[in-house]
Write a protein that binds this ligand. Sequence first.
Ligand code: UDP
Length: 323
Amino acid sequence: MRVLVTGGTGYIGSHLVDALIRRGDEVLVIDNLSTGRYENIRHLRGNPAFRFINDTILNEALLERMIPSRDLIFHLAAAVGVRHIVKDPLAAINTNVRGTEVVLDQAFRYWKRIVIASTSEIYGKASHVPFREDDDRVLGSTAVTRWSYSMSKAIDEHFAFAYAAKGLPVSIVRYFNSYGPRLDERGYGSVVANFARQALHGEPITVHGDGQQSRCFTFISDTVAGTLLAGEVAGAVGEAFNIGSPHETSILELAHTVKRLTRSKSPIQFVPYEVCYGSGFEDPRRRVPAIDKAKRLLGFQPKVGLETGLKKTLAWCREHYRH
Ligand code: UDP
């Protein structure tokens, strides 16, 4: 197949590209390297099945030229991670809303199957876990910047469902705390990347709040497997899926596990939320995906446990996180 991956130099995007190339597809990546990294795709240079265009997805003329020759589109280009959104909400909203609008518009024009990457942030601070795909979303005030991420991705999803109602073969994947090699130590700021960097450098491992908040950490190969299925299974069309591990881990437990696996002497330090994110920050206490829909319709089954995934991730971080 001839596949377009927007955001293909990013952490998840580049692993998706590798998987597509491995299965024999021809892959075009459009990415402006705003949060992605050239290093993530450098190994594909010279591969005749791979092409990279360094440009923004807001370039409609480019998409209009490239999309007609594609069989399938994975739209991953976005401003991701709470830290980015809090730092520059305007850019994040623009990229996430306008970008997806442009890509979907072109996919619709040329009638191409498309998978839209979304996020568990969609559910906001809903407290009833596990989250089912059709659950209510619970968001805070628009004065709290964090919620603009959830809102912008929700608008993307509304666009997708609206196009689906007109017949476009579109599916949505909601990622839950993906981690693995290529997690950016500077950018996305995920807790796994932060803890890995801190533990490997002997710096304090910074646990926000009391550390009893939990997440369901999902190893990258499982994230990618769910994404690929959403692009190929007939029953996926017109549907949204939670793509994540159902296994819950507290942030404090994660800190101890990273410390143990790296044999680090770093102390574990509790840091109030206000110090990292400013005042008025709201953090979802628990975030657990219900994955029965993804299992039933896609055949999705996460395979990699936290300890195994962390060992692979930390081995990569040891090689790549240098100051
Ligand atoms: N977190 C932490 N220390 C860090 C970075 C994050 O304790 O250095 C916490 C953060 O406050 C949140 C959890 O880890 O409770 C997951 O944060 P992340 O940004 O990775 O993902 P998200 O909040 O989007 O699930």
